[in-house]
Design a binder for this molecule. Structure first.
Ligand SMILES: [Zn+2]
Length: 212
């Protein structure tokens, strides 16, 4: 009897490897961003030919994780997003982002409080928006927008849940698969914000996509 049941736990592990669900936090006011100077964060020390160890602690990322992000498409829960962070794209590169599928025209929402760095266009992303988090240590990239919300401009202050634009297929998105390509990167001094190291946003989503 014991032997017969051995295969079952293994099967359950195999089929339950989807993204972890996190309970929604209470709707408490957001904490104020830290006002002190952040100082250098995780500056890797020169290590000769040794491969650098990952940092034991990442205070900026811990702060972002504590605050959590809103799923940036209206009506979508984190559990509906298949994890494509490590998926290959165009042969050579890795996705390093999440694709959030929704009907064309669904509102795209600010994932966090912050400000708009840039509203623009590029070949892969089509109509895109770059924003920051409140600490200005992370940048958020929203791509393939059908169109922008009216009146958006660089430098504008935004709040979590504000409508930034609408889901579409601009750039290299398949024309029959409207989605938001959403990326989070670290802002690193000496690098252009768009070239910062990426962070997987999926484990950071703690709030479904609702407008403010
Ligand atoms: Zn994508």
């Amino acid at each position: 009897m014991i032997r017969r049941t051995l295969a079952l736990p293994f099967l359950l592990v195999v089929v339950s490897c989807g993204p972890a669900l996190k309970p929604l936090p209470p709707m408490a006011p957001l904490p104020e961003p830290p006002s002190e100077s952040p100082g250098p964060v995780n500056t890797p020390a020169p290590s000769g030919d040794r491969i650098a160890e990952p940092p034991a602690r990442d205070p900026a990322l811990e702060l972002l994780r504590e605050r959590g992000l809103l799923v940036p498409v209206k009506g979508i829960f984190a559990s509906q997003i298949p994890d494509t962070y490590d998926a290959p794209r165009d042969g050579a590169r890795v996705h390093n982002a999440q694709d959030i599928l929704a009907k064309r025209g669904t509102p795209v929402l600010a994932a966090d409080d912050g400000s708009i760095i840039h509203v623009g266009k590029n070949t892969l992303g089509g109509n895109v928006i770059w924003t920051t988090d409140p600490s200005r240590r992370f940048a958020f990239y929203y791509a393939h927008l059908d169109h922008y919300a009216k009146g958006l401009h660089d430098g504008q202050q935004i709040a979590r849940g504000d409508v930034l634009g609408y889901v579409g297929t601009t750039g290299n998105a398949p024309k029959d698969t409207p989605h938001l390509h959403f990326q989070v990167v670290r802002i690193v001094s000496g690098k252009r914000y768009s070239d910062g190291p990426p962070v997987n946003p999926l484990p950071l989503f703690t709030q479904m996509g609702i407008t403010r």
